[in-house]
Structure formats: structure tokens, C-alpha cells
Design a protein around this ligand. Structure first.
Ligand SMILES: Cc1cc2nc3c(=O)[nH]c(=O)nc-3n(C[C@H](O)[C@H](O)[C@H](O)COP(=O)(O)O)c2cc1C
Length: 302
């Protein structure tokens, strides 16, 4: 950092004289300028680029260096369309490449069997937990490597909604389970980086530190200052239903009156009433456990 320059909270170097914004290095530039891309050019991703991007992911940290994952590349148009339908988001089919990151205990089990070694990871919550992290670390490394080639990406978490069908479509063997889908391609539109909660809210020194209510609300309001969701009949009806299901008739009326009076849903209300319905969030837990069991992952049994 040269004299006469200072570092902003988001890692940018600002030259005091010229006001020019810069980053300390290329890696930070990639990390701070990234954003999820949902609109792609039809331009093909060259094979050598895609190979390097994925290989970078395979080079990431992994517990015990076991790499308990497989990545399924999907580029076939009809298969992409089907995956997009299963993930309930049409734009997915327009991405040139889909990468489905799967937790894979099948390969490790085969290796163990071929080597006269015991293998119980598929019955262990602990192993599942760590392997899940391995998958995420690999996927994020792939996304960052993709950015370094000028590609854009977006994670798709709704792959869990139809995981069983996805397993059939991709012919995943027992003990292989889709965790996250990443869409990759050259951005048609590169959205502005999203605001994030900052250092002071997220980081504590030595021990967990609570911000005051005012500090906390201020941080979230600054982050979501672009979310302005007006009250409409339809939204209010939905909100009332969610409140009623969780808190009963009386409180539902009180909260909805407040929302009506303000004219807007605040960002938290938008997220937990309208976007991720809080009353539906916990439904289906048992189904997900069953889905894992059906795939041979009996991680909640002793
Ligand atoms: C685990 C995970 C699941 C996600 N699932 C979806 C998804 O299903 N659809 C989508 O459009 N974006 C999805 N995203 C992207 C987020 O919406 C995005 O990261 C967030 O809005 C912040 O924006 P940014 O990535 O541009 O910073 C997901 C991100 C993560 C990490």
C-alpha cells in the first residue's frame, strides 16, 4: 500500500490524491467484485478452461484429503432443461454448463472394499457433516477459479427439492447424493456486487459479542436498503396465513395491521413471510431424512 492511500472496509485501496480505487491484488479484486450471475451468453466455455476450473476445485482442502465427492457436468440441452424444471428455476437451462456437486461415499466404500478395509462413513452423521463441508469448499473453489477466467456462476440450492429425481436422471449410485448445483458461463449481465453485513457485525474478538438492537437493525437495514416491498392484498393475505399458522389468529391480526399501516413489508418480513415462508420451512424434515436413507445414507441411526 503506497503512502497517501487508505484501505476501505471492503478491501479497496483508495488513492487519496486521485481518488482512484484499486485492490491490493488480483485475487481480492475477484473476491470483492464477484456476484451471482443468472444471465449467460450462449458462448461455449472452452474445454481447457472448464477443465482447469474444475481441477482447481479438486485441489482444495478436504478432510483427511479423502475428497468424498463427484461432480457431474451437464451440457446436454434436454438434460439441462429437465434439471432446471426439477430445481424449479427456468433460467438454469440457459447456462452453458451445469455442475452438480455430489457427496460421494460410494467411491470411498469401493476403495475400502477393494483394499480389505472397513467403511462406515455412510452411517455416520459426523462423516456426513465433514463431507458436506468438503463438497462446499470444492464448489466455492470452482466458482472462484471460474471468476478468474471471466466466467460467472450461481449456486442453486433447490436441487434438494427433487433430489430423488435428480439422482435418477444423473444415474447416481447408492451413497451418492446431490448437494449443490452450480451454473457456469460467460455473463450476459454482471450484477453489481450485493451489500453484505460487515466486519463489525460478523466478527468478534475472542468471544461472541452481541451488537445492540439498534446496531443490529441498522446493519440489516443498510444491507437491504434496496428491498422495498409494498403491501398488496395478495401479499397481506399470504403474510396473515403464515402468521396465523405460527402464532394464531390474534397475533396475526395485530402484525398484519402494523404492516398495513406502514405500507411496506420490512426486509425481515419479506424474507420470512413471503420469500422463505417460515411456516413451511420446517415441513418435510422427515422426508429429507428418508430421502437420505433411501440413498443409503443412514446418518441418523445408531
Ligand atoms: C447454498 C446456496 C444456495 C443458493 N441457491 C440459489 C438458488 O436456488 N437460486 C438462485 O437464484 N440463487 C441461489 N443462490 C445465490 C444467492 O441468492 C446469492 O448468493 C445471494 O443472493 C447473494 O448474492 P451474491 O452471490 O451476488 O453476493 C444460492 C447461494 C448459496 C450459497
Amino acid at each position: 500500500m503506497g503512502e497517501g492511500s487508505f484501505l476501505t472496509f471492503d478491501g479497496k485501496l483508495v488513492d487519496e490524491g486521485s481518488g482512484r480505487r484499486d485492490y491490493e491484488n488480483e485475487t481480492l479484486k475477484i473476491l470483492f467484485e464477484r456476484s451471482s450471475v443468472r444471465s449467460f451468453l450462449s458462448k461455449k466455455v472452452p474445454e481447457n478452461v472448464l477443465r482447469r476450473v474444475i481441477e482447481a476445485g479438486l485441489h482444495s482442502a478436504s478432510a483427511g484429503n479423502l475428497q468424498p465427492y463427484s461432480i457431474i457436468r451437464v451440457e446436454d440441452e434436454s438434460r439441462k432443461k429437465l434439471i432446471a424444471e426439477l430445481c424449479l428455476q427456468n433460467f438454469i437451462s440457459k447456462a452453458p454448463v451445469l455442475l452438480i456437486f455430489c457427496l460421494d461415499f460410494h467411491r470411498l466404500e469401493r476403495w475400502a472394499r477393494l483394499s480389505d478395509a472397513p467403511f462406515t462413513a455412510a452411517q455416520s452423521f459426523r462423516h456426513f457433516w465433514v463431507a458436506f463441508i468438503d463438497v462446499s469448499v470444492c464448489a466455492q473453489t470452482v466458482c472462484t477459479a471460474a471468476e478468474s477466467f471471466g466466467l460467472g456462476s450461481v449456486y442453486i440450492g433447490t436441487i434438494i427439492e427433487s433430489a430423488e429425481r435428480v439422482r435418477e436422471v444423473l444415474k447416481l449410485p447408492e451413497k451418492v447424493f446431490p448437494i449443490i448445483l452450480v451454473c457456469l458461463g460467460y455473463p450476459r449481465v454482471r450484477p453489481k456486487p450485493q451489500k453484505k453485513l460487515g466486519y463489525n457485525i460478523i466478527v468478534s474478538n475472542e468471544e461472541y459479542c452481541e451488537p445492540s438492537d439498534e446496531e443490529l437493525l441498522k446493519a440489516f437495514n443498510e444491507k437491504y436498503d434496496r428491498i422495498k416491498v409494498k403491501v398488496t392484498e395478495e401479499r397481506l393475505k399470504l403474510a396473515e396465513e403464515v402468521y396465523r399458522n405460527l402464532l394464531g389468529e390474534e397475533l396475526a391480526k395485530i402484525f398484519c395491521e402494523k404492516i398495513k399501516a406502514s405500507g411496506y413489508f420490512n426486509p425481515a418480513q419479506y424474507y420470512f413471510l413471503l420469500h422463505y415462508r417460515a411456516d413451511l420451512m420446517c415441513r418435510g424434515n422427515e422426508l429429507f431424512v428418508k430421502m437420505l436413507e433411501k440413498a443409503g445414507l443412514k446418518i441418523f441411526k445408531e
